[in-house]
Design a protein around this ligand. Structure first.
Ligand SMILES: Cc1cc2nc3c(=O)[nH]c(=O)nc-3n(C[C@H](O)[C@H](O)[C@H](O)COP(=O)(O)O)c2cc1C
Length: 167
């Protein structure tokens, strides 16, 4: 039942096949169902499909060479003014990003989480390219597409990291 969680991998190579708009919307919909502190949902999502924009991303993000080859990309942005629990927007946007990845995987798509916040250079590059207002914080980017690589599930379970009742 939980295989789709364990079998999700970061996918960095994609085929040329376009991704239907409904699948992209399903990813964003799943992200909007993520838990958030006080249920304030302090997020926005930019759906990027303009190839000229995708090609600009490696210019400001050092680990994003896959972006120009992606069918599209979602930018998760935090909106701290929407929440009353100081700094919790970071956890909220993390949960939303994870939901995007799981929704991509559940639909047979490949995607990868690219960290943006709290790196100032990546945040300003992202802000400039996508014209994000100053009060909104670019948090992560998720390029996606049909997978052209199929990494297998690594073994990660580690019983030594589990502590019972007390450390
Ligand atoms: C906060 C965060 C930032 C990440 N940033 C990048 C990145 O900039 N470029 C990249 O290729 N992968 C990035 N990743 C993906 C990780 O490299 C990947 O999740 C990790 O190697 C585990 O592999 P898996 O996702 O296939 O399980 C990031 C993941 C997280 C959670």
């Amino acid at each position: 039942m939980l295989d789709f969680i364990m079998d999700r991998r970061s996918i960095r190579r994609y085929t040329d096949k376009p991704v239907p708009e409904e699948m992209v919307e399903a990813m964003v919909r799943a992200a909007m169902y993520a838990p958030s502190a006080g249920n304030h949902q302090p997020w926005h999502f930019i759906v990027v499909t303009d190839r000229n924009l995708l090609e600009e991303v490696p210019g400001f993000h050092p680990h994003s060479a896959m972006v120009p080859g992606a069918a599209g990309m979602l930018v998760v942005c935090g909106d701290p003014a929407r929440q009353r629990h100081s700094e919790m927007w970071v956890q909220d946007c993390s949960a939303a990003t994870q939901n995007l990845l799981l929704a991509a995987a559940a639909q047979g798509l490949g995607a990868v989480w690219l960290g943006v916040y709290p790196r100032e250079d990546r945040m300003s590059g992202c802000r400039d390219l996508f014209r994000i207002p100053q009060e909104i914080v670019p948090f992560s980017m998720v390029p996606f597409g049909w997978p052209a690589e199929h990494p297998s599930r690594p073994e990660r379970f580690d019983a030594s990291r589990i502590h019972r009742d007390r450390w």
